[in-house]
Design a protein around this ligand. Structure first.
Ligand code: C2E
Ligand code: MG
Ligand code: MG
Length: 692
């Protein structure tokens, strides 16, 4: 036998007796086998190995001598044990039937996974007697590993190990097919994590990835074997239930999923909480396709999100109608924009110290021909979803610049920018163009952006901010207090102004609220960076007193004026040049400034107080004792019976009191009106602090 003979001759110590061809062949075999490209083998008539390369012994981690003379088939895992990929016919079959074979893929019997591709042909002597097999093989382990991996990757999500979109698609199709055959129903969950994006953006992608892995473990835990779970991508998951369609059971599962996902996660040193919204669609006894079911579950998910997130919704037929309604509104908005049916209203921004209107915020308005006024909180997101936002934004910007150009030079205009506009590279040139067309100096335009823009803390955002600042326009951070409210932004981004959101301002005047302390911190930090602070949505005198006391420099709210048409805004700032404000809202009876001493009786104790101002309904006092919010006390100003009062709010040693019944102010005698005109912009008692 050729190879065996070669080997035997190689072992002989008399090289000169061997012919040159044999030596060369021996060297070539060794060279080839060492290269890793393959190896030779040779069996005898009975299938025992007359030759096998030493390379094989290496890969099987055994002695070369152990392999020689053993049955070749004994080195191969039996077909029963072999994983898929083993050839239909075994090595034993070919060897015994003495037929040539090619590229037989077999797994070696070894602790580690080793795969070979083996080819061989029978060898006969000169008279045709069968001598055995001779052949070549090569190692397939690496190739197979990557094939298996590719196969796995094609079916599973690499991050979570859950089924991927394609696999889920197949699972849903199978479930539908089997349900319809069995005359049963199956169901589908579409899950979307709430607030995941913020976690990813603020804590970084590694934390986001870790969170997704933990979420997938919890999903597996809750859903278990009752359904197939998959990740579709991002923070979207899906579950197919081939055998569950009952509403109560699905409700139970959905609630269990929501409860589990909403529990806190501990990643590194962070405690993270997120939520999940679930849309549920159940197949019917009809020919509904996988596409139909996915679309229904999607509509149900949209409804769950709209219902405030962290909840689930079953698909209902009228959701299609709602989706159509949204589409119709979108088409109407497109038309309204093209036909100029929108308008811009302006809400004054008032400087507390000078009591002047120093600017207006431009707010888009749409009166639908059939539906009537549609709120910007409805049509702005709609414009964002439908790609109309750039058109809407540009129109508002141009209109606002043109209107502002008619106002006195010290009055600015503020325009809201959607995060989507912010991502548009041509925004700076558009702004420059709007300013130039209106001949409005850049420093009279203020652009309001929300924290949403800054969550993507990438270079593109900072470049955009830089190019806007280089145009000379002002930048305001809008709705501060509604998002992550990271004070870090204030250090990073050169804002000219921070607008504290109305919900924050409103909350601050509630008893026990810590918003006041936070607003004070924001104001003080803003001061350090020479930023202005606007309190948004101030409606009542209490709120006004509070924000002034907290040091806000500007106020925008119904107390000073609702958004008004352009000509009205112009009339306001152009008549007299200062902020005359006839008709602006007053929330409470006028207060009188009056500095006077008195005492309060509270829970059997008496404390000295200083009265700052007073009206028929309430008073502002200073008291060094700690009086709890919402507590009742009696205010004694030596004008007859002490007045029953309730503490409505407090900031440090200042307390806002509400009287239980109206007080006759004439009893106060020398108390004087702090300001002659009830139409003045600033309620008089706000000036008490400066003048006291
Ligand atoms: P925003 O930028 O925070 O605007 C302030 C909103 O608060 C306005 O609502 C304003 O009318 C309202 N507001 C002001 N003072 C008070 C108050 O004392 N009490 C109460 N309850 N509300 C007050 P509006 O006009 O409905 O706008 C809502 C939001 O829609 C705006 O919030 C802004 O985010 C967005 N928006 C409006 N116009 C545009 C626009 O042209 N472009 C973009 N991207 N967004 C816009
Ligand atoms: Mg705004
Ligand atoms: Mg705002």
């Amino acid at each position: 036998m050729a190879i065996a003979r070669l080997l035997r001759s190689a072992a002989k110590p008399v090289p000169e007796e061997r012919d040159e061809g044999a030596i060369r062949a021996e060297l070539l075999v060794a060279e080839f086998e060492q290269s890793g490209k393959g190896w030779f083998w040779e069996t005898r008539k009975d299938g025992s190995l007359a030759y096998i390369s030493a390379v094989v012994a290496n890969s099987l981690r055994c002695e070369h001598s152990d392999l020689l003379d053993t049955d070749f088939t004994s080195l191969i895992i039996s077909d029963v044990d072999a994983e898929n990929g083993a050839s239909e016919r075994s090595l034993g079959f070919y060897l015994s039937s003495r037929v040539p074979f090619k590229d037989l893929v077999l797994r070696a019997k070894s602790k580690e996974e080793v795969w070979w591709s083996i080819s061989g042909r029978p060898v006969h002597d000169d008279v045709g007697r069968f001598l055995g097999f001779r052949g070549i093989a090569h190692d397939l382990t690496e190739k197979r590993r990557s094939e298996v991996e590719l196969n796995r990757l094609a079916r599973f999500d690499s991050l979570t190990g859950l089924a991927n979109r394609e696999m889920m698609r197949r699972a849903l199709e199978d479930a539908l097919f089997s349900a319809s055959k069995r005359k049963r129903r199956c169901s589908l969950f579409l899950l979307d994590l709430d607030r995941f994006k913020s976690v990813n953006d603020t804590l970084g992608h590694p934390a986001g990835d870790a969170l997704l892995r933990l979420v997938s473990l919890r999903l597996k835990d809750v859903i278990g074997d009752s359904g197939q779970i998959g990740r579709l991508g991002g923070d979207e998951f899906q579950a197919v239930f081939p055998d569950i369609a009952g509403e109560s059971q699905l409700t139970e599962i959905a609630q269990a999923v929501i409860d589990s996902i909403s529990k806190p996660y501990y990643i590194g040193s962070e405690t993270i909480s997120i939520g999940v919204s679930v849309g549920i669609a159940v197949s019917d006894y009809d020919d509904r396709t996988a596409d139909d079911l996915v679309r229904d579950a999607d509509l149900a998910l949209y409804a769950a999100k709209a219902a405030g997130k962290g909840t689930f919704r079953f698909f209902q037929a009228d959701m299609h109608a709602e989706a159509r309604d949204r589409q119709a509104l979108e088409a109407d908005l497109r038309q309204a924009l093209e036909e100029g049916q929108l308008s811009v209203f302006y809400q004054p921004s008032v400087e507390l110290n000078t009591q002047k209107v120093v600017g207006f915020e431009a707010l888009a308005r749409w009166t639908h021909p059939v539906r009537g006024p549609v709120s910007p909180s409805v049509f702005v997101p709609l414009a964002e979803e439908s790609g109309l936002i750039n058109m809407l934004g540009e129109w508002v910007l141009r209109t606002a610049c043109l209107d502002a150009a008619k106002w006195p030079a010290h009055v600015r205009v503020a325009v809201n920018l959607s995060p989507l506009q912010f991502a548009n590279k041509s925004l700076p040139s558009l702004i420059a163009n709007a300013l130039a067309s209106a001949e409005l100096p850049a420093n009279r335009l203020e652009l309001e952006i929300t924290e949403g823009v800054l969550l993507n803390d990438d270079q593109q955002v900072h470049d955009m901010i830089k190019s806007m600042k280089s145009l000379g326009v002002k930048l305001a951070l809008d709705d501060f207090g509604t998002g992550y409210s990271s004070l870090g932004y204030l250090r990073k981004v050169p804002f000219d102004k921070i607008k504290i959101d109305q919900s924050f301002v409103r909350g601050a005047s509630l008893p026990g609220s810590r918003n006041g302390a936070i607003i004070r911190a924001i104001v003080s930090l803003a001061g350090e960076f020479s930023m202005e602070t606007t309190a948004e949505g101030v409606e009542t005198q209490d709120e006004l007193a509070l924000v002034k006391d907290l040091g806000c420099s500007l106020v925008q709210g119904y107390i000073f004026g609702k958004p008004m048409p352009a000509d009205e805004a112009q009339a306001h700032v152009c008549t007299g040049g200062t902020a005359e404000a006839n008709g602006f809202v007053r929330a409470r009876p006028q207060r009188r400034r009056l500095i006077r001493s008195g005492v309060v009786h509270h829970q059997g104790k008496t404390y000295p107080v200083r009265l700052r101002n007073i009206s028929e309904g309430g008073a502002l006092i200073e008291c060094t004792a700690k009086l709890p919010d919402e507590t009742t006390l009696r205010l004694d100003l030596s004008i007859g019976e002490p007045v029953e009062s309730e503490v409505r709010w407090s900031i440090e040693n200042r307390y806002g009191l509400r009287f239980s019944k109206e007080l006759d102010l004439t009893l106060l005698g020398q108390a004087q009106a702090a300001s002659p005109a009830p139409t003045s912009f600033i309620p008089h008692y706000l000036t008490a602090k400066q003048e006291a």
